[in-house]
Design a protein around this ligand. Sequence first.
Ligand SMILES: Nc1nc2c(c(=O)[nH]1)N=C([C@H](O)[C@H](O)COP(=O)(O)OP(=O)(O)OP(=O)(O)O)CN2
Ligand SMILES: [Zn+2]
Length: 147
Amino acid sequence: MIQQIYPQVQHNYQFELNKDMHIAAAHYIPHEDAGKCQKVHGHTYFVNITIAGDDLDDSGFLVNFSGIKKLIHDRFDHTILNDHTELFSDKDPSFFPTTEGMARAVWEVIQRELDTKVNKPKCVQVFVRETPTSYVVFRPKQKEEQQ
Ligand SMILES: Nc1nc2c(c(=O)[nH]1)N=C([C@H](O)[C@H](O)COP(=O)(O)OP(=O)(O)OP(=O)(O)O)CN2
Ligand SMILES: [Zn+2]
């Protein structure tokens, strides 16, 4: 597992947890500007997910680390990202499976799950490294009532 320094996210929650994982997946970017990346190719994505909150659940967890891994790793590992048509589209550039698109998709899947929890944790940052030299950070827009 790569150990690295992550960009920090500002928040006022008392607890913050981070879960790292590797995901082996293939994709292609359906646009001529993507050059060689228009062809199907693979990456070992490195993903760091940051979740924060003030309240713990009945297990004393903000959220179970293994549940987070299951949700994301089991869904995407050894798949073709473009096949996840519930999250990505080959027609709408806003939903191409770019590094940006992957970071936002991971956030959406995680936050949807967190919204079902009684202690209401928030996913405050998703970091996705696609190659040794390229990464994206996704942070949700803050709503007025959030911290
Ligand atoms: N903003 C984005 N730009 C690019 C993306 C992307 O997802 N978002 N993706 C690609 C390619 O798919 C590729 O996987 C990554 O490109 P790049 O970092 O250029 O990869 P290299 O290994 O060739 O880069 P080096 O600078 O030689 O290390 C392209 N752009
Ligand atoms: Zn790629």
